[in-house]
Write a protein that binds this ligand. Structure first.
Ligand SMILES: Nc1ncnc2c1ncn2[C@@H]1O[C@H](COP(=O)(O)OP(=O)(O)OP(=O)(O)O)[C@@H](O)[C@H]1O
Length: 234
């Protein structure tokens, strides 16, 4: 589906007492269903603000955001909760797992609040953790914990998978394996994936690369033939 997501003239102003910070100053882009999109830019450019607004964790000050034909910029708080719960899977830099629950329990916890969850065993197999289901986070490496976090997001069967620097805390090879998992998930499940990075070297893996600078989109690249992660070096 073309233009599954659209941002039209989206602005975000944070007010801190007397001071106003314009984090987004008129952001425009569109994303098709099933695209793997990389949002790239320097620290403070506005990447997380874009992702948080798209995921319904924050709201725009003005402008229109539409996802799958719904104007989420008009949603009230209750509608945003439902949207986050059913439509969005989030993956963060630091995995945010519940430490006293096993891998499978962490994934099950997320599926308990959503409508059409996937089979938790199958999802853990798919992320390569079939043999670690009963381990606690402290018994797993960073890369394995991030796989649990990805399984937790995917098991909700979300419409959108949003990833904020998902490899930021991982070493080179582990990070690469996680990027491959995300790219393969996008292809195999037809999942729309939006991933933030400050690492421009991995931009060629995206079907689309949205460059953000000073709260604006500075350019958008379309890669007709995205590079498989295993062929990217940085
Ligand atoms: N809750 C907030 N209150 C006030 N200012 C904020 C808030 N969140 C973000 N900002 C400001 O908005 C601007 C954009 O921040 P944002 O976190 O979106 O950038 P970023 O590109 O994701 O950066 P990084 O790569 O460092 O995470 C920055 O100037 C930041 O200080």
């Amino acid at each position: 589906m073309k233009n599954y997501i659209t941002f039209k003239d989206v602005k975000k102003v944070y007010k801190m007492g007397e001071v106003e910070i314009e984090a987004l100053s008129g952001v425009n882009f569109s994303i098709d269903k099933g695209e793997f999109v990389v949002v790239a830019g320097a620290s403070g450019a506005g990447k997380s603000t874009v992702l948080n607004i798209l995921g319904g964790m924050d709201t725009a000050s003005s402008g229109t955001i539409s996802v799958g034909g719904n104007e989420i910029s008009n949603y009230n708080n209750k509608e945003l909760i439902t949207y986050r719960r059913h439509d969005i899977g989030f993956v963060f830099q630091f995995y945010n797992l519940v430490q006293n629950l096993t891998a499978i329990e962490n994934v099950e916890l997320a599926t308990q609040i959503c409508e059409n969850p996937l089979d938790v065993h199958e999802v853990l197999e798919a992320v390569g953790l079939g043999h670690r289901k009963n381990n606690f986070p402290a018994q797993m490496s960073g890369g394995e914990q991030q796989r649990v976090a990805i399984a937790r997001a995917l098991a909700k069967n979300p419409k959108l998978l949003l990833c904020d620097e998902p490899t930021g805390a991982l070493d080179y090879n582990t990070g690469k394996a996680i990027l491959k998992l995300l790219q393969d998930t996008c292809r195999n499940m037809g999942m729309t994936v939006v991933m933030i990075t400050h690492n421009l070297a991995i931009a060629p893996m995206g079907d689309k690369v949205i460059h953000v600078r000073n709260g604006k989109v500075s350019s958008i690249e379309i890669n007709e033939n995205p590079t498989p992660v295993e062929r990217i070096e940085w």
